[in-house]
Design a protein around this ligand. Structure first.
Ligand SMILES: Cc1cc2nc3c(=O)[nH]c(=O)nc-3n(C[C@H](O)[C@H](O)[C@H](O)COP(=O)(O)OP(=O)(O)OC[C@H]3O[C@@H](n4cnc5c(N)ncnc54)[C@H](O)[C@@H]3O)c2cc1C
Length: 299
């Protein structure tokens, strides 16, 4: 058959990854986009005394503090509008970013409202039944009013189909210039890469893009590139005017983007507790960073 140029035409097979025919009770949270508005609507429509279940993704994922900041923001709304409601976080992980800081803030601002259960306790989420609005773990079935599942993540299709992604689903790159380790003349920055010690964040992506551009200009002009300086800070707002943060500086080594030093807001476990003025200043920094990066990106 091959010699005669004849070949079969198998039917295209599609793998169903989302179920968009449901009645909007659960939104797949691959991208924020319209989903954010839908989640807001669901929470506004929820009865007082309702249960919001959040299922964060396993590592690695974009914006490590994201699901926990989201829980804080939902709690802030519920506290003022539906105070009998609760939030249950069914985490596949046993720990998460800024954990002590979030838990301290939840106890202070939303006592009894947010419960976080680690994977080692629940065995992780085994099923979500959209019709009956239940979330099933190894030993329990939770009847929810709003469910927010943030699925496991990988680099976008464009990166994977181009051959820039490794088996893990993420793109390996050289730390000093963000050149793909798999494709010649291709550079990858941002969430898609295997970022060494850096978290996947907009701050990191922006920092990597500048290192990459600097390396490319040096290469194209036959000049020496400046030493890569990579930085990240992840701010989270936990209540009005109350911010917490974690951040670090990084260098490019042969092996990876490696952390050189870091900082984190202080919890109240000892005398180093930050006062509300510091937390208000951190919230202001977060707003300032947002204004800065949007101006940097969009002019
Ligand atoms: C809820 C939430 C809160 C966050 N908060 C923060 C924060 O406070 N601070 C922070 O630093 N980071 C935050 N992040 C993380 C931040 O959004 C990401 O790390 C950042 O956007 C990564 O940038 P990127 O360019 O790598 O990817 P993206 O911003 O996802 O950009 C990829 C782009 O490629 C496009 N694309 C995909 N496929 C194709 C294709 N085939 N053809 C053409 N275009 C395509 C997509 O539409 C998208 O616009 C948050 C993320 C979430 C989800």
């Amino acid at each position: 058959m091959r010699e005669l140029g004849i070949h079969g035409c198998p039917k295209k097979r599609y793998k169903v990854t989302t179920n968009s025919r449901h009645n909007l009770l659960v939104a797949d949270d691959y991208l924020t986009q319209d989903f954010t508005a839908l989640l807001r609507r669901q929470i506004v429509d929820m009865k007082d005394g309702g249960l919001v279940v959040i299922v964060p993704p396993p590592n690695p994922f974009r914006c490590p503090p994201g699901p926990y900041e989201r829980a804080s923001m939902i709690a802030h709304y519920l506290k003022h509008h539906k105070p009998k409601s609760t939030i249950l976080i069914l985490d596949p992980k046993d720990k998460h970013s800024k954990q002590a800081l979030f838990q301290e803030a939840w106890e202070r601002f939303y006592p009894g409202m947010i419960e976080w259960l680690p994977g080692e306790l629940t065995g992780g989420v085994k099923a979500v039944d959209v019709t009956n609005m239940t979330v099933v773990t190894e030993d329990e079935t939770h009847r929810a009013d709003v469910v927010n599942v943030i699925p496991p993540q990988q680099a976008g299709w464009i990166a994977r189909s181009a051959g820039a992604a490794a088996q893990s689903g993420w793109c390996p790159v050289q730390a000093h210039n963000l050149a793909s380790k798999l494709l010649p003349n291709v550079h990858v920055v941002g969430d898609s890469i295997i970022p060494g010690d850096m978290p996947k964040s907009a701050f990191s992506a922006n920092s990597q893009a500048k290192v990459c551009a600097n390396a490319l200009v040096a290469e194209l002009t036959d000049n020496k590139a400046f030493k890569p300086r990579l930085r990240n800070t992840c701010w989270s707002l936990v209540a009005t005017g109350h911010g917490i943060k974690v951040g670090a500086s990084y260098e490019a080594t042969e092996e990876k983007i490696a952390k050189t030093s870091g900082f984190i807001s202080q919890t109240g476990e000892d005398d180093t507790t930050e006062d509300d003025t510091t937390r208000a200043a951190t919230a202001n920094e977060a707003n300032g960073w947002y204004a800065g990066i949007t101006a940097d990106l969009f002019g």
